[in-house]
Design a protein around this ligand. Sequence first.
Ligand SMILES: [Mg+2]
Length: 118
Amino acid sequence: MDDNTTLEQLKQRVGAFAIERDWEQFHNPRDLALHLAVEAAELLDHFRYKREEELQGVLERKREEISDELADVIILAFEFARMHGFDIATAVHEKLAKNERKYPIEKSKGVKGKYNEL
Ligand SMILES: [Mg+2]
């Protein structure tokens, strides 16, 4: 489905959901960012206090719940972009370009964290 759904289609569907419920009035940048962080915490919560060797099992056992939380994060990111005039593809391309400059392959390959802060 990722290969035949555009970002604009998703943005429109997320927007329609909010508009139909008259929720745009609540979607200021602070509250959307706060809600996005809460949903990210809900995603993280599935892995809380799990040992390294348990993580894959959690991912398999709780796949639907984890998918729902991942979707919540993405939906809120789309709504933030839609409500506040960010083009998602531009934002992702520009940030990846910054990351490519910040983490050049020759200094970063296989290295955890920022190469010059190790
Ligand atoms: Mg949630």
